[in-house]
Design a protein around this ligand. Structure first.
Ligand SMILES: [Fe+2]
Ligand SMILES: [Fe+2]
Length: 275
């Protein structure tokens, strides 16, 4: 199975690079399953029903979220009728929507997608390790699902790496999100789980985390908010993680970080075009 994850889509610039690029990638790389983190897709804060649909129409099979999940209040309502939109699993009981979804891939495989949030330097939620563990007990790899992907939305690299070691061999791939900066540490762990500490954002990198730099810099200098944060409007880089998953085991056989377009652009993983 050919799997692609794209990191936090930030604002109009991030949406543009996804909508312009993903349909072509889906075809060219014969992708079976695509997940996109959409927590910053609506003006940098949250997601709307229309944007969710646009990302699905562009080729996403599932959209994940994070701490900005419900910044657009309409998400509290429409998430109930959009089973492909997944919010963090470890939000308090009673939060609208679900933290996991089992979705059919193009090749007929059943893929379990789980979104969870870290607790270091973030809002204290339920324990993400135990919450994911319970989910995997109910739907184990190769028994309940043919492939399993975790979007771990967290600030601290230590927490992300600890979760990766904790889950190694039980899931196909884990990508960190939230920091909006891609890390250069993608690899396959000893047990067969593909991992990257942070996939990076799909957004304009001539910015502060995808936001026009003026206000963030001003706030660090003065501590007084002057205006709202607004997404930077320059050309975005498409950032994510490509993973080839063995259909027999559900584990990763190849993985490569992806950076296309904008200022962080790199050559694409050539092995996608093989065979
Ligand atoms: Fe984000
Ligand atoms: Fe976030």
């Amino acid at each position: 199975m050919r799997f692609l994850f794209l990191g936090d889509v930030v604002g109009r610039s991030g949406r543009k690079v996804v909508l312009d690029t993903l349909p072509r990638l889906r075809e060219a790389w014969r992708l079976d399953f695509v997940v996109i983190n959409g927590e910053n897709s609506a003006g940098g804060f949250g997601i709307t029903e229309q944007i969710t649909q646009d990302l699905l129409d562009a080729g996403a099979d599932c959209v994940t979220l994070g701490n900005h999940a419900f910044d657009q209040r309409e998400a509290l309502v429409f998430i109930a009728r959009q089973p492909r939109l997944v919010r963090p699993l470890n939000f308090p009981k009673g939060t609208p929507g679900a933290g996991a979804a089992l979705i059919s891939a193009r090749n007929g495989a059943q893929v379990l997608v789980i979104n969870a949030m870290g607790r270091v330097f973030m809002t204290e939620l339920d324990c993400p390790f135990r919450a994911i563990d319970a989910e995997l007990m109910a739907c184990p790899l190769k028994q309940g699902a043919d492939a399993i992907f975790i979007d771990f939305h967290a600030e601290a690299t230590s927490e992300k790496q600890a979760l990766a070691v904790f889950l190694d061999s039980r899931v196909s791939a884990i990508a960190g999100t939230h920091t909006h900066s891609p890390t250069a540490d993608e690899r396959i762990l000893p047990g067969g789980t593909a991992y990257i500490s942070d996939a990076g954002m799909c957004g304009d990198y001539q910015s502060v985390l995808g936001m026009d730099a003026e206000e963030p810099v001003q706030r660090f200098l003065s501590r007084i908010p002057k205006e709202r944060f607004k997404p930077a409007e320059g050309a975005a880089t498409l950032c994510g993680l490509a993973v080839e998953i063995d259909d027999a085991t559900g584990l990763a056989v190849r993985t490569k970080a992806l950076r296309m377009g904008g200022v962080l652009s790199q050559s694409t993983p050539e092995w996608w075009s093989e065979g």
